[in-house]
Design a protein around this ligand. Structure first.
Ligand code: ZN
Length: 456
């Protein structure tokens, strides 16, 4: 028996090594040159700058005079002129398989304005249709400079994992995806009421409902079966919440499989449940107190800020989609006015506390006239309007976001050994953050996705 095994081993080794020789491809080397390179970690600007890329990874970064000397003869040079190079952007909170159309005003009085669109996506679209929608959203995100995204729910059972794999295998273009699979939610978290005859099967397409530690472990295992990269849990919705023992069980089970746990928590109680249960990141965190910010800082829990709806985004998509009554119009204007000082204070407190933070778009809306990437990039001016300085905004979607994902060894910075995920903008994003809404050059894995800077 042992002899037979040895024979097989020898045979396999022979096959494997032959395969490797045949599959070996020539080394691909690129040299990207630009007027400036911003390092978000230090805030330093290298000018002029060059990045040497070998087989999709960054090999050397420095002044062109030096880096060029180390490039092999015949290297392909990509000259971006006076543009500013940055690491590829990371959206740490998105929903690629959801593109909700704002419902008519009359519908909003009957449901939350999210529910009709979500219900259509879950109950009226096939999983295949949703993944193909996700493929479009993914490509549009990539074209706007988002080279990595964390997809935190609303993808059906395994839609985001399937999309991730298709992108990794080169079947469709898109960012690197960390997939969360189904959200772990308390009973009835997202839908107010459904037809009892079909409610269970609709809910199971989108959520894993948990009400006890045993159910929590089982739900984590179900997500893991579909190869998720992280677990997304929802700690609150109008008083119906996941308890600390349930949250603790989710975190223990996920950590056993070396997966992180992102927790949607908006109320003070939900945020406390996430903290006490040992969450790795808190998403949204609207009602966070100073005391909770300190606890998060001391425990190393990330704050994932989602600023998209702060600066009149909803008004813009309402305007573009539906006829609004004068009452709705003035109600929205008033709520925008109230929100402005509130979010400014929110950003101030987060930055002062020293908590680690990243930013995510939470994008899931159909925005007429904008691609998904353009809609996602509206989070940059929203953060700036709330008082966050440009360098902190850039860190929140590069170096800090990479750390939130646990991927700081591979993305988020233009450094040797990292994936060659680069973007470039024409101007200076440190003086005008809206430059990030106009990304002109995108490279992922050393491959040029888009180059509007090429003059020749
Ligand atoms: Zn979300």
């Amino acid at each position: 028996m042992r002899k037979l095994l040895t024979l097989w081993a020898v045979l396999f080794f022979a096959l494997f090594s032959t395969g490797r020789v045949v599959a070996q491809s020539p080394t691909v080397v690129n040299l990207v040159k630009a007027g400036r390179l911003l390092d978000p970690r230090t805030g330093n600007v290298l000018s002029p700058a060059a990045v040497l890329i070998e087989n999709g990874k960054i090999k050397e970064v420095g002044p062109p005079s030096r880096v060029q000397d180390h490039a092999p003869a015949g290297v392909k040079i990509i000259d971006l002129g006076s543009a500013t190079l940055l690491p590829g952007l990371i959206d740490s909170h998105t929903h690629l398989l959801l593109n909700v159309v704002v419902p008519a005003e009359a519908e909003m009085t009957r449901y939350t304005f999210f529910q009709p669109g979500l219900l259509l996506a879950v109950a009226a679209k096939s999983p295949a249709e949703r993944v193909l929608l996700g493929a479009q959203m993914a490509r549009e995100d990539l074209e706007s400079g988002f080279t990595t995204v964390r997809n935190v729910g609303h993808s059906g059972i395994d839609g985001d994992a399937a999309l991730r794999d298709a992108i990794n295998r080169g079947r469709v273009p898109g960012p690197r995806i960390l997939a969360a699979g189904r959200k772990l939610t308390p009973m009835g978290g997202y839908f107010q009421s459904l037809n009892p005859a079909v409610a269970e099967s609709i809910l199971r397409q989108e959520f894993l409902e948990v009400a006890s530690p045993e159910e929590a472990r089982r739900a984590v295992d179900e997500d893991l079966f579909y190869n998720v990269d992280l677990i997304k849990a929802v700690a609150d919705d109008d008083g119906v919440g996941i308890t600390v023992p349930v949250m603790t069980a989710i975190v223990e089970e996920a950590h056993r499989a070396h997966k992180r746990v992102a927790v949607h928590a908006q109320t003070k109680i939900a945020i406390q449940t996430a903290i006490d249960g040992g969450a790795d990141s808190i998403e949204h965190g609207d009602a966070v107190t100073d005391e909770q910010l300190n606890m998060m800082r001391d425990k190393g829990i990330f704050f994932d800020i989602t600023p998209t709806f702060w600066s009149g985004f909803l008004t813009n998509i309402f305007e573009a989609n539906i006829a609004m009554s004068p009452e709705l119009r003035s109600r929205m204007a008033a709520s925008n006015d109230q929100r402005r000082p509130r979010v400014a204070g929110f950003i101030q407190r987060i930055m002062k506390s020293g908590v680690k933070f990243a930013a995510g778009s939470d994008m899931c809306w159909f925005y007429p006239g904008k691609t998904r990437g353009q809609a996602t990039a509206t989070m940059f001016p929203a953060l700036h309007a709330a008082g966050m300085p440009p360098l902190d905004i850039i860190r929140a979607v590069t170096t800090s976001a990479a750390e939130l994902l646990g991927w700081q060894d591979r993305v988020g910075a233009v450094e040797p050994g990292k994936f060659a995920d680069l973007i470039a903008v024409a101007g200076d994003p440190l003086t005008d953050i809206t430059e990030l809404e106009r990304v002109r050059f995108v490279m992922k894995d050393g491959q040029v996705v888009k180059n509007d800077l090429a003059s020749h």
